[in-house]
Design a protein around this ligand. Structure first.
Ligand code: 5GP
Length: 188
């Protein structure tokens, strides 16, 4: 998606060997028009969706844009929590955070995920796939069908896509990073 690629090239900052900072349009300040255009990019790639599932916090903005192009289907975001209080009311999974290097219990209330749901999983980044795989796990626990995973930025040199596709899950990214070279982003 050309506008996103231009934005990454102009405003993305490489941190260390494997983190891209895009806080001027995704992770702190949000470019809503760009998120809406990314949602339009996803629209023809997935059909028959009645729910969007994401994870707090950075997935929520793009997820709401994606909801709009699917006739305002509900957006459910998995919550990160230190301790699960009432396990009977929630689906729960453990997700290792690539950026925070720590594992969170992540929950979705059972009222918001049902066996009749056809889910599009949406997130800001795909790296090793831990967040997406955790969301797939929550959907599986609910008996919901995962129709695919849509991400804003995929780091193609990491294993997320491989792991998801091995589970038979379709993955679409609005931009794929091939590599970081001398502090610069090389896009596919
Ligand atoms: P994964 O679980 O696929 O390893 O990593 C995806 C999650 O970690 C996303 O939810 C995203 O918030 C965060 N993440 C992974 N890599 C990056 C990155 O390079 N930049 C930013 N800003 N977040 C990232």
């Amino acid at each position: 998606m050309i506008e996103l690629k231009e934005k990454i090239s102009k405003e993305g900052r490489v941190i260390g060997s494997d983190i891209l900072k895009v806080d001027s349009f995704v992770n702190h300040q949000i470019d809503v028009l760009l998120m809406d255009k990314i949602a339009e990019f996803f629209k023809p790639k997935f059909n028959d969706i009645n729910k969007i599932v994401t994870i707090e916090a950075s997935g929520i903005a793009v997820a709401t844009s994606v909801s709009r192009v699917y006739n305002y289907v509900p957006v459910v975001f998995a919550k990160k929590t230190k301790s699960v209080l009432n396990i009977n009311d929630v689906y729960t999974t453990k997700i290792f955070s690539f950026t925070k290097k720590t594992t969170f219990d992540c929950i979705i209330d059972k009222r918001f995920l049902k066996p009749t749901d056809k889910v599009l999983i949406v997130d800001d980044f795909l790296a090793e796939g831990n967040a997406a795989m955790g969301l797939v796990d929550l959907c599986k626990q609910a008996g919901a069908e995962v129709r695919g995973v849509a991400v804003v930025i995929e780091k193609g040199f990491q294993n997320g896509r491989k792991r998801l596709e091995a589970e038979g899950i379709k993955v679409v990214s609005a931009a794929i990073i091939k590599e970081f070279k001398n502090g610069h982003v090389i896009l596919k």
